[in-house]
Design a protein around this ligand. Sequence first.
Ligand SMILES: *Cc1c(COP(=O)(O)O)cnc(C)c1O
Length: 393
Amino acid sequence: MKKTLQRPVTPLAGVSSPVVPGIMPSVVYASDTPDSLDAQYEGTTQGFTYAREGHPNAEMLARRIDAMEGAENGIVTGSGMAAVAAVLLGLTQTGDHVIGGNGLYGRSLRMMAEDLPRMGVTTTLVDVTRAEAVAEAIRPETRMVMIEVVSNPSLRIADLDGIATVCNEKGVLLVVDNTFTTPSAVKPFEHGADIVLHSVTKLLAGHSDATLGWVAAKDSALNERLRVFAVTTGMTASPFDCWLAERGLATFDLRFTRAQDTAQRLADMLAETPGVTRVLYPTRADHPEAARAQSLLKGRGCNMVSFEIAGGRAAANALTTAAQGIAFAPTLGDVGTTLSHPASSSHRGLTPEGRAALGISEGFFRVSVGLEDPEALLATFADGLAAARAVAG
Ligand SMILES: *Cc1c(COP(=O)(O)O)cnc(C)c1O
């Protein structure tokens, strides 16, 4: 019998179709002829060639997040920081100036402080709760302003609309990292942003088992530059991670609604608890940008609550030890509640004075509220706070 070569074929293709997308780990895609490959590269037909340039799972996930943000042709990257890097490194050149919010995610701050200057791009960090602070920092060579709507970890609310107006007037790109707020609370493109990005790792994927990012520019030429930079620098996302994130997205709205309800209750409970010296939650009347939070976040406050307890590091240790069942871990947006202590984690690189300027003391905590039974969660916090009080004396 004549021997033949066999390539894998999908069983039942065209007969019935799966209701759940498959995971497609193939790195390479075979084409029929050089002509059909040409057509693909020239964009007259659609298809995949090599996974670093794009693959079905990244494509499916990107289209879903595009729909949530009101974007077109967004790009899925291997992490949220890859999305940040694609923007900060891929769209700037020597001589440019970049403005960032002083409460940006720690690694974004680091890229602004260390990596951009190394390439001859100067940076300025400003208080983005005031659009005037951004206006004052803009120079003729300013290329972009990068902000988060809700800052980390003090949960201050940026003047998104005011900054968009300033950027638009000056012809400066406005980049919004929408990880904390998510398109459920804010759709930055509707407020005049030019570029929106996410750490999909956090609330969108939601289960702390996939590391991914997403970025899109409103202008198609700029978006294409981001795509080419991401492909050239190898910011490829894993098909399995994309598949997990897509599965996570199916419950995103439910998760975010529930987490916000519980976060509100936790914030109110903390404010009533002796030994708690400060509570930061956007919907509370005592929040410094309470009115802006109401209008910008549609009356919701995100799933993050920050607070400070008396008694310094010793009380902080007692709290994390006694709050059994709450992961003491520096992440956010997971199905489980996580407690982070910025002084020993995200902001440990700063001097005590630098931390104090941001309101971060040894007793300062940030909670990412998850999906546990709210009563059980509040009771656990009550236990932790009682232990902290016992130490604080
Ligand atoms: C986590 C995070 C990032 C970085 O995302 P990774 O997926 O961890 O690389 C960027 N911005 C914000 C606001 C984040 O919380």
